[in-house]
Write a protein that binds this ligand. Sequence first.
Ligand code: AMP
Length: 362
Amino acid sequence: MTLIAPGGRIGILGDGQLGRMMAMAAAELGYYVHIYGQEENSPAAQVSHRSTVASYSDKDALKAFAEAVDVVTLEFENIPTTTVEYLSEFVPVRPNNKVLEITQDRLLEKSFVNNLGIGTTSFANVENLDDLVQAVQQVGTPAVLKTRRLGYDGKGQVKISQASQIDDAWSQMKNAPSILEGFVNFKMEISVIVARSPNGETDAFVPVENLHKNHILDITLAPADIPDRITKNALKMATTIAKKIDLVGLLAVEMFVTKDGDLLVNELAPRPHNSGHWTLDACPTSQFHQIIRAVCGLPLGTSKRHSNAVMKNLIGDDVDGWQDLVKDPDNCLHLYGKAEARDGRKMGHVTKLFDLKKKPTA
Ligand code: AMP
């Protein structure tokens, strides 16, 4: 079934803040949400109609979940593909397993993007120490060694500035299949979030600039301060990738803008993305409304913005400043309902809106 009409039931794999904001958007459009996650009273379950707490390998729980919903989507791409394959026997899963297979593995992802004629930094597959020695010769230094799977927010990454660091870098990977990437001395990091519906309709939000602190997104400036030519290229690249990967849902494409003004794709995420949180307050259709529209086969909403915006993440004990943040009537404050503010944990975010003619600044 392509169209799931309001009143239908949407299953979401994953129970964090992205699932929470998807569930709230789904409720606004008249849907019931059923969360499948690992935690009682999770951020997403708190705002959803139903929730299941079970492992991703629990076939009984997965079958019951699949039979209780009309469509399944996800809030993070590292759901085991065996789980999605099993669910797909009972219910449409959007995005599909092929999208997950590619985006779970940095080597497959970069190869896929390159095969479309879209640039990435140079890279080489690394499965052992000998591979790494060769890869460093091929890619040069500085370079970044990353695990192929399951790395995020800079986890599972080591910079190699000179050949003498090779042994140590490899031992940090603990034999995990890895990829060596040429280090990009970028001018700016940007991202584009594009939606695609089952009938092939696409729409993309404007490219935004992302500033990181300790490898975690700190601030997003919407829009990125880049020339029109780069904006157009970034939108075209993201849309091409979404089409060619046969996406249904949302795809975030992280890119580096090089000093020469070229674009290199760094990473893909087939789900709502932290760099799209500003759309909740600055766009008539947020990224969360857009993914619900896409996976339910509704026409997409506009991705145009009515305001420029700056979004700041509240990480760990940043959230203790909520009393000051909430005093400023111009702050759009979003808190995720997490009880414990651990180091590096995303607890909420705050967005400030600006006139469209005004440049957003950090
Ligand atoms: P990733 O997990 O690939 O998104 O990497 C996290 C962050 O590390 C990126 O947002 C960049 O700031 C930095 N980074 C990752 N890969 C590279 C690279 N090849 N060259 C330079 N910086 C990188």
